[in-house]
Design a protein around this ligand. Structure first.
Ligand SMILES: NC(=[NH2+])NCCC[C@H](N)C(=O)O
Ligand SMILES: [Mn+2]
Ligand SMILES: [Mn+2]
Length: 326
């Protein structure tokens, strides 16, 4: 079932692990430890065992950016706007740099605001890429619609230009407006598909409907089965199966019994196999150009839950990079 070759990744295939210990897009401490646990669990070696060349130059700590953003008062409802903007801009450069070299960037979060960086990086090399977003949440709140002010609930609004630096919902006197670097990035809503949704805010539901976004909630997973749902999602955003695919996987898409250690768990999620099936099938298309694994928080729940969540994170990544059952 493995493709002979990956359409956009030259041989010898190289995966670049981009560790992003970052938690500024939400309020719970600890999600910044996610990438460290995933790497310490042996993810790099596991990917070598699958035949990948693995490049890993340490975790990106963003120390200078944090130092420069000591004072980061909210803008409108947005929390840590300067920090999140500057970190995601840096991530975009790192991910884009790996993609430019023909490598497959694997970004380990950290919170899901990081996807502004990873997807912008992917689009710099593959302007026609589509995004498959696996999540309990839609993460498409705008600065107006957000209740929490947490930017990890908004990355797709900025990426799709529903939000921009000109409408952050507050007066901005900064020399450089936060998120202005993203104003030139545009992911059309027609190139975004969701699987696993079950906790979508009212404003987000309106956006999904208004823009006719390919959104498959747990209801559709129950109704059609995961095999059908993945094909339906691909048919919507990648009908000819020719466009590069960026997979952004929020571990909270999985049921909390499967992945307990995450900041915003929602019951009724994907089973272990459903999550893995999505990854396996996307790899099988040969079209994957980038993978994100986000929101693993090793400071939540007991040691056994943490170990379980980290192990499931590693195994999702292996599935997305070609591990097969037979
Ligand atoms: N990446 C995530 N886990 N996002 C959760 C977002 C939750 C909620 N919709 C919010 O805007 O705050
Ligand atoms: Mn989520
Ligand atoms: Mn998310």
């Amino acid at each position: 079932m493995s493709p002979q070759s990956l359409k956009f990744i030259p041989e010898p295939r190289t995966v670049a692990i981009v560790g992003c210990p970052f938690s500024g897009g939400q309020h719970r401490l600890g999600v910044d430890e996610g990438p460290i646990h995933l790497v310490n669990a042996g993810l790099g070696q596991q990917l070598k065992d699958l035949g990948w060349q693995v490049e890993f130059d340490g975790h990106h700590q963003f120390e200078d950016i944090s130092a420069a953003c000591q004072s980061d008062p909210p803008i409108g409802k947005l929390k840590n706007p300067r920090l999140v903007s500057n970190v995601t801009e840096a991530v975009a450069k790192v991910v884009g740099g790996h993609a430019a070299k023909g490598q497959l960037p694997l970004t380990l979060g950290g919170d899901h605001s990081l996807a502004m960086g990873t997807i912008a990086g992917t689009l710099s090399k593959h302007p026609d890429a589509v995004v498959i977003w696996i999540d309990a949440h839609a993460d498409i709140n705008t600065p107006e619609s957000t209740d929490s002010g947490n930017i990890h609930g908004m990355p797709l609004a900025f990426l799709t230009s529903l939000a921009s630096s000109g409408n952050l919902g507050g007066v901005v006197t900064d020399e450089v407006r936060p998120f202005s670097w993203l104003d030139k990035i545009h992911l059309p809503t027609s190139r975004l598909a969701y699987i696993g949704l079950r906790d979508v805010d009212a404003g987000e539901k309106a956006v999904l409907r208004e823009h006719n976004i390919a959104a498959y909630s747990m209801h559709e997973v129950d109704r059609y089965g995961i095999g059908k749902v993945v094909e339906m999602a691909l048919d919507r955003v990648n009908p000819g199966r020719r466009a590069p695919v960026h997979l952004s996987f929020d571990v909270d898409a999985l049921d909390p019994t499967v992945a307990p250690s995450t900041g915003t768990p929602v019951r009724g999620g994907l089973t272990f196999r459903e999550g893995h099936y999505i990854c396996e099938r996307l790899f099988e298309t040969g079209l994957v150009v980038a993978v994100d694994l986000m929101e693993v928080n090793p400071s939540l729940k007991d040691a056994e839950s943490v170990e379980q969540t980290v192990a499931v994170g590693c195994s999702l990544v292996r599935a997305a990079l070609g591990e097969t059952l037979l």
